[in-house]
Write a protein that binds this ligand. Structure first.
Ligand SMILES: *Cc1c(COP(=O)(O)O)cnc(C)c1O
Length: 755
């Protein structure tokens, strides 16, 4: 098998390095192992081991623990909790074996009698265990890839770089090769290599990996997709709804859902999520999903004829970008009354199944109802976004209900959207991701939840220590409850006073309770929606409780630019909010750096530094505009501009109603292809039909879908686009990027259907 890193064993014993008989034996065992090219990490005290276990998982292939250590049971238990497969050897005298409590017996793999056996015998047993371990933890496809990349010598097929050698024929190619290293190229294989099976045919080790993932993620069938959830959503859209079919679509949907509607020629009926004063989108209320509400939404859609059948498919975003997830059991119950197939776009939610915290809040929840009594449920997940996988790695999970999906037929749509030359590195990363979640999902998710909660509490405490009521004593707000009530208690407690571990384990604390002021979504049904602690929204000053702009404000764009200057990039930002994701890679140190950068921002802001000091990149790009300007001046000017344009409120108005649908997205697209469209300046675009989707970033929520009317000149859609245009003109370097809006000679234009 190819070299996948040196095998490592941890030895924990207070005799390590001692001149005792045991110490000498351990030294001899160490030498034996090292001569077999095993790396040995020996620890005298258990403290460093425990820290290592927590921070690194383990990094070892086996562990030897001395039973004489006082906290041996604890070390064994913590290792087992992060790694169910690893060999744990207990170093113990045979007569003491009955002192090992029953509670930890199952966690121990083998016993070693250090003074009774020879060093080579002991080293041999440990080595054999490490080999078995490596074999056992490699999931099916990755395992075969590792084996195969070694054998692979003379190929006459694609990829044309033939294991990287083509790159070596040119200077730049050589640099490229050096940068990524030999292994990437040797494992970049063609579908002509039979040994790994076929993605399009779901056979061999690749098919095995998909079936393994289905088991891990709780699906009947899983499809690996190497073109992102963008492709996964299109696959689902065209597999489950035929041209002309009605589809129920979350208005807070990703662009790929629009593409599925367009290429699949379906007729969308939108469900509108609630929105709060910050412009953050919440859930679609339960009431809008009832059979009656769906029927009336369909009946009210002028693109749908009377005789048309019921909706073929519903697509919801779960969780939303901002971390709002549904009670999926209730959703499938309510929406399932009218729709037989519900698709949850879970691009951001792939980890939910692995922690009881999210019970019932993800598509593949264990559903005890017989298949004929529940809708078919599909989940699309960007494995690369929130689990550990390479970019573009995505999965489609299907659980059959009333409308059984036949994999071979679903595959027709699948093949329309995926490449015939998938990247094997991406596939292997999907396979590895499944294995990681299978064996360590709970501890991995628990760690990121806890880190997120600690960050949230630290930020809130800093706020408490600063607050005095004086606006100059500002601090960043946190979009989270200020008080929580634990199920076991009757009194509300301050969020900052509950232990982080408790908050990270108690979903009740994160429910969007009806009428709670902090979330700003008004009266939601109890338990309907929950905020995921791992999606952290930090608020900048600027929006008052009443939803209006307050006197003092610091638009998020300024803080984002400052953080970027420090090498900190947030996931997205809105007018006065920034989103930070606590994925599995986030550590204490990483969020500590964020807290200190935010504190620095406050310190420099309060000292009223110049932009030349705080945002040098901005100033050097636009010296005439910003050189010599002070930070407070920029904040005041930008906040004032947004307040007088009512930018945040007008965005909310623009997104609070579905614009008139004049034609389907597919018909609008047909006009586009035939050249029956023209660019129109926003100022002249009153009551025209948009030819493309119009999606301002941030925050990336569709303002208009193709085929929808812009509304009147005084209306909020054009009003919002005008507000963005005037903002972008006035604040170079802070431009919004809006899909569907092109700047022609400084004028913002959109493509409209010719009249
Ligand atoms: C990112 C995203 C997608 C697309 O996923 P990719 O893996 O980037 O192609 C789909 N839906 C939602 C909600 C997303 O945020």
């Amino acid at each position: 098998m190819a070299d996948i890193g040196k095998m490592t064993v941890l030895i924990v014993s207070s005799d390590v390095g001692r001149e005792s008989s045991k110490g000498r034996m351990l030294e001899a065992i160490k030498r034996e192992l090292e001569s077999a090219d095993v790396s040995v990490k020996a620890y005298v005290s258990s403290d460093s081991v425990k820290i290592g276990l927590r921070v690194l998982g383990n990094g070892a292939d086996a562990m030897m623990v001395d039973w004489n250590l006082q906290d041996a049971p604890e070390i064994v238990r913590s290792m087992r909790s992060v790694d169910p497969d690893i060999g744990i050897f207990l170093m113990i005298d045979p007569e003491s074996i009955d002192t090992v409590p029953h509670g930890i017996l199952p966690d121990v793999s083998e016993y070693l009698w250090i003074l009774g056996d020879t060093p080579s015998f002991i080293a041999g047993r440990v080595e054999a265990s490490m080999r078995r371990y490596r074999k056992a933890i490699l999931p099916p496809m990755f395992k075969r890839l590792v084996e195969f990349s070694e054998d692979y010598e003379h190929s006459w097929h694609t990829p044309g770089h033939t294991a990287g050698t083509a790159f070596l024929k040119s200077p730049v190619g050589r640099l490229f090769h050096n940068f990524f290293g030999d292994r990437l190229f040797r494992s970049d294989l063609s579908v002509s290599v039979r040994e790994l099976g076929s993605l399009l045919g779901h056979s061999g080790p690749i098919g095995e990996a998909e079936r393994y993932a289905a088991k891990v993620f709780g699906a009947d069938t899983t499809f690996f997709v190497t073109n992102g959830t963008s492709a996964s959503n299109r696959i689902v859209g065209t597999a489950m709804a035929a041209p002309g079919d009605v589809v129920i679509i979350d208005r807070n949907c990703h662009k790929s859902v629009e593409h599925a509607i367009t290429s699949g020629r379906t007729v969308p009926v939108y469900l509108l999520p609630v929105r709060n004063r910050y412009g953050i989108m919440g859930p679609i209320p339960a009431g809008s999903m009832s059979a009656e509400a769906i029927r009336s939404a369909v009946a009210g859609n002028r693109l749908i004829g009377d005789g048309d059948a019921g909706p073929a498919l519903a697509t919801l975003t779960n969780s939303t970008y901002d971390g709002i997830s549904y009670d999926a059991v209730r959703v499938t119950g309510i929406l399932g009354e009218t729709v037989d197939c519900i698709h949850f776009d879970e691009a951001w939610h792939g980890y939910a199944r692995f922690n009881g915290f999210y019970a019932g809040r993800y598509a593949m929840f264990p559903d005890g109802r017989p298949p004929e009594e529940r809708p078919t449920v599909i989940s699309t997940q960007s494995t690369h976004k929130v689990l550990a996988a390479l970019s573009q790695a995505s999965m489609i999970h299907i659980k059959n209900g009333r409308r059984a999906v036949v994999p071979a037929l679903f595959n027709e749509s699948y093949m329309m959207h995926v490449s015939t030359s998938p990247s094997y590195a991406i596939l292997a990363s999907l396979d590895v991701s499944s294995k990681m979640m299978d064996s360590g999902g709970r501890s991995l998710t628990r760690d990121s939840l806890e880190e997120a909660v600690r960050f949230r509490q630290t930020m809130a405490r800093l706020g408490d220590s600063i607050a005095s009521g004086d606006p100059a004593d500002w601090w960043f707000g946190m979009w989270q409850p200020e008080t929580v009530r634990l199920p076991s208690e009757t009194e509300e407690r301050l969020f900052t006073e509950v232990p982080a571990r408790t908050l990270a384990g108690e979903p009740d604390c994160w429910l969007l309770r009806p009428g709670d002021a902090w979330h700003g979504f008004g009266d939601l049904e109890e338990g309907w929606a929950m905020l995921d602690p791992a999606k952290v929204t930090v608020l900048t000053p600027g929006i008052g409780e009443d939803g209006g702009h307050s006197g003092f404000g610091i638009p998020a764009a300024i803080v984002v630019a400052f953080l970027r200057q420090r090498g900190i990039v947030c996931e997205k930002s809105g007018d006065y909010n920034m989103l930070f994701l606590f994925t599995m890679g986030v550590t204490n140190g990483k969020w500590g750096t964020l807290v200190s950068a935010l504190s620095d921002f406050k310190r420099l802001f309060d000292a009223d530094e110049t932009l030349d000091d705080m945002l040098p990149d901005l100033v050097s790009a636009h010296p005439g505009r910003y050189s010599g300007m002070r930070i407070s001046q920029l904040a005041e000017e930008m906040h004032g501009h947004m307040a007088s344009a009512r930018q945040t409120q007008i965005a909310n108005e623009a997104c609070s109603a579905i614009p008139e649908q004049a034609m389907t997205p597919a018909d609008a697209y047909a006009c586009l292809v035939r050249g029956e469209v023209e660019p129109v300046a926003i100022g002249d675009a009153c009551d025209r039909i948009a030819a493309t989707g119009i999606v301002p970033y941030p925050p990336g929520i569709p303002l208009l879908m193709p085929g929808e009317r812009t509304g009147c000149d005084q209306g909020s859609v054009l009003g919002y686009l005008r507000a963005l245009e005037s903002f972008d003109g006035r604040f170079p370097g802070f431009e919004h990027e809006s899909h569907g809006v092109s700047v022609i000679d400084g004028v913002h234009t959109i493509y409209c259907i010719k009249e």
